[in-house]
Design a protein around this ligand. Structure first.
Ligand code: SF4
Ligand code: SF4
Length: 219
């Protein structure tokens, strides 16, 4: 009877790319640099250096910096979607949003911000404000050239500084803006249909009542 083979075969020698000799990493890095340099003369995708600020690389679609407030129409302040509900203010981790609700002379809410400030020197670009907003009002911007020496004058953005049009949003984040526009239109259509159904119901009830009154025999 043959005894089963128990010896494991000897390990294969490492391939050439697995050798780790002192200075190998440096040589590999230099090879990559050299290949990029040579190819940059004839391959467009290897031309990674641009002449900033005359030239600007397009930002990644998912790049985000600080928030902005969206407005509809032409009037930035009248068209702000923000209702000053303060959800974003409460949820902001470093508490850098400050909102004051606008009220009329009787103290009734006007559902718009009187003050909406974001201290962007504190903002940590997390995007939570944009995620929690139930009114499609606040989104993350891609603006990054904000260097200044005036800490409070230039880095506390008020509502005028934060306001951006729907066109700006559509240009910056076309997919997101299109989805928001579609969902807002669907909600608006639903609201209009509900209002029309309510009106039709009220009209039918009024007509039925008038008919019943007509059919009622005179006393
Ligand atoms: S991005 Fe984050 S840190 Fe900045 S304002 Fe929004 S919630 Fe606050
Ligand atoms: S931006 Fe949105 S979450 Fe923040 S206060 Fe305005 S409506 Fe509310």
């Amino acid at each position: 009877m043959e005894t089963p083979e128990t010896n494991t075969p000897p390990a294969a020698p490492p391939s050439l790319t697995e050798w780790s000799l002192p200075g190998m990493g440096l040589l590999k890095g230099l090879a990559v640099t050299g290949a990029n340099m040579v190819q940059s003369f004839y391959r467009k995708d290897r031309m990674t250096t641009i002449q900033y600020p005359e030239q600007r690389a397009p930002i990644s679609p998912n790049f985000r910096n600080f928030p902005f407030l969206v407005y509809d129409g032409d009037d930035a302040m009248a068209g702000l979607r923000c209702t000053a509900c303060s959800i974003c203010e409460k949820e902001c981790p470093p508490q850098c949003i400050y909102i004051v609700l606008d009220r009329d002379e009787n103290g009734k809410s006007l559902k718009r911000p009187k003050v909406f400030d974001i201290d962007v020197s504190v903002c940590m670009n997390c995007g939570i404000c944009a995620e929690v907003c139930p009114f499609d009002s606040i989104y993350m911007d891609g603006e990054y050239e904000l260097a200044t020496q005036d800490r409070f004058g230039d880095l506390v953005f008020n509502k005028q500084r934060l306001a951006r049009s729907t066109d700006y949003h559509a240009k910056l984040r076309p997919v997101q803006a299109a989805a928001v526009a579609a969902s807002r239109k669907a909600a608006e259509d639903k609201k209009l249909a509900a209002a029309a159904a309510k009106e039709a119901k009220a009209k039918a009830a009024a007509e039925a009542k008038a008919k019943a009154d007509q059919e009622q025999p005179a006393p």
